[in-house]
Ligand binder design. Sequence first.
Ligand SMILES: Cc1cc2nc3c(=O)[nH]c(=O)nc-3n(C[C@H](O)[C@H](O)[C@H](O)COP(=O)(O)O)c2cc1C
Length: 148
Amino acid sequence: MKKIKIIFASRGSAAKTIACYIAKKLQVNDDDVFNVSAHELNSNDIIFEHLILVCPTYGDEELEEGMENFLIKSDWSKHIGLTFSAVEMGLYRGYDSPLLGAAKIIQLFLNKQGLMQSTNTLSLDSVPSVDFSILEKWLTNNFRNHEK
Ligand SMILES: Cc1cc2nc3c(=O)[nH]c(=O)nc-3n(C[C@H](O)[C@H](O)[C@H](O)COP(=O)(O)O)c2cc1C
């Protein structure tokens, strides 16, 4: 099984709830879940084989600031060839297109750094409440071997 770490950015509390839910399901230790909005972090500080990034959308194609800083300020050269998953959150019910979310930016940026997205992007409705049924399905489909 791949060593998974989870990064989340947040202004409220939804991303943390989602990151912790994923961690519990995939048996990732609490110590391996990082809040990049609260603490400055460089990807060099963490060792992983697969990185899950959980990020709310704040405006069309806008990342939460902590995630943006984490992506830009990190040196990704040690992680070339490793894999990641992007979980974008926001208001999806009623939106015509989910294509303007945070994940697209994460994906483009990390691809440029030489990392590969190995799961489909999860566009997770988190307003007014998190759609845990979609999250469950995504985890089952993409991380079957990791789940408890
Ligand atoms: C000022 C503001 C702007 C937002 N912009 C968007 C947006 O453009 N698209 C979207 O899907 N959701 C948008 N949202 C919804 C947030 O992504 C959503 O509330 C998310 O769950 C917040 O996560 P957090 O509590 O971890 O910060 C916005 C929310 C706020 C407060």
